[in-house]
Design a protein around this ligand. Structure first.
Ligand SMILES: [Zn+2]
Ligand SMILES: [Zn+2]
Length: 258
């Protein structure tokens, strides 16, 4: 399997850094994980088409993880209108509880009433353990309370052919993210803050990332979700002081073997 980093950043998108998003290529099936600003462009820059995707998973609704979701949906909807019969498959969109309503409300907000009555794309809410085709997805509610508002945020753990690939989504240090990364072959982790910053209940800092990754016996840790304000910090070096496994600092369009 291959994991392509589409974006290693957040809201601050530029030509080097797009918002946090990934393609997990399982061989015969492809999953997009998160879909913030820049994701559709990066998808094509990485050599993929929206037509390749079998599954789309979002960790939570914050726009740095979801803002390209509706435009991506429109790729399928408009393909059926402009070129009917040309799409050979459609992805299923998976997300936190209320995903279908989120898309419907969004379509109303932007005055593009394309979701209601269009059934080729399905929206499915997460349950704790989901058997999807040949793999298992386990979802873990995590604590991520930005601007004092609880978010429906999840860490995702894919178990595929004996391999475990986990994604923290945006998460503070909590039981959910600790369970998600247990014995992971690859753990992609929100690395928002350096060790000298502490913002409770929102994101982890590098000290906390090292703790949960070390406790979880993670084999390969991929750091992502970087804010430009902290670019002067050696985030990888800080995690290194408390974690013995392999560490990779994500760069857009890097490909990681799983
Ligand atoms: Zn968030
Ligand atoms: Zn985020």
């Amino acid at each position: 399997m291959k994991l392509t980093i589409l974006g290693s950043g957040t809201f601050f998108v530029n030509k080097e850094v797009s918002a946090s998003a990934f393609v997990l290529d399982m061989g015969d099936k492809k999953a997009l994980i998160d879909c913030g600003p820049g994701t559709i462009l990066r998808l094509s820059q990485a050599g993929f088409s929206f037509k390749d995707l079998d599954y789309i998973f979002i960790s939570h609704f914050h726009p740095d993880h979801s803002s390209d979701l509706f435009p991506l949906f429109m790729n399928y909807n408009l393909s059926d209108i402009f070129s009917p019969g040309t799409l050979t498959k459609y992805p299923t969109f998976y997300g936190p509880e209320g995903l279908g309503k989120f898309m419907l409300d969004y379509s109303n907000l932007v005055e593009l009433h394309s979701v209601e009555g269009y059934n080729n794309v399905k929206f499915v809410d997460y349950t704790p353990e989901m058997k999807i085709d040949d793999f298992t997805l386990k979802t873990f509610k995590v604590e991520h309370k930005a601007f004092n508002l609880d978010s429906r945020a999840y860490a995702l753990r894919f178990e595929i052919d004996g391999k475990v690939i986990a994604f923290s989504g945006d998460s503070s240090k909590c039981e959910g993210v600790q369970n998600a990364c247990k014995d992971a072959d690859v753990f992609v982790c929100d690395t928002s803050y350096p060790s000298n910053q502490k913002v409770n209940n929102v994101h982890m800092n590098t000290t906390e990332i090292a703790e949960i990754s070390q406790n979880g016996h993670v084999k390969k840790l991929v750091l992502d979700h970087f804010y430009p304000s902290f670019s002067k910090y050696d985030l990888l070096g800080e995690v290194r002081t408390g974690f013995e496994g392999e560490i990779i600092k994500a760069k857009d369009l890097d490909v990681i073997e799983v």
